[in-house]
Design a protein. Sequence first.
Length: 218
Amino acid sequence: MATQVKIEKKVLSENDRLAADIRQQLQQHGVVALNFVSSPGSGKTSLLEKTLSALKDELRIGLIAGDVQTENDANRLRLAGGQMVQPLVTGGACHLDAKMITRVLPEFDLSRLDLLIIENVGNLVCPSSYDLGEAMKVVLISTTEGDDKPLKYPGMFRRSSVMVINKIDLLGTSDFDLERVKANARQINADLKIFEVSCRTGEGLDAWYDWLRDLVRR
Ligand code: MG
Ligand code: ZN
């Protein structure tokens, strides 16, 4: 047990060192990086498709599409207008780590990017422990999940700066309570910035786009 903990600590401190390196490179080029995390099926790829379609002529967006297997999401994001989409297939690993990002980062010309979006593997547990050099983590939750997710996975909600609640067009079709999920999330992280959107109907997305524009300008 003690050995296990030691190994884990070593892996994480090596990861933090690489992440600090990535963060420095991004800052040098004025690139804002966001690390998108969620359970599988919350709609990360859908939100990113919408975001690319809406902002591709205004912002230079690079995208790293992480998945355990297949490049399906990367292909979807290219079809949505992504010019600079890099698939990152983990081949079984349930999270991205800084070493993987270090490997794909040279594929991007950072001097020609405003925003780098990293779509993590769908998993609310270990991606919370791996710093990828991002400016912030964005956690997605959809109304088809339990509204107690923030309480079940506090690490992820504590380490995220933004929470996007997706599929609000489906509110009322289940026991998911919008006010309760927000209260649960704020109990874990009072500073969480919250968006309520539907990628299907487009509701709420304008506020999300405005926030992204502001973030890049700052
Ligand atoms: Mg996806
Ligand atoms: Zn993992």
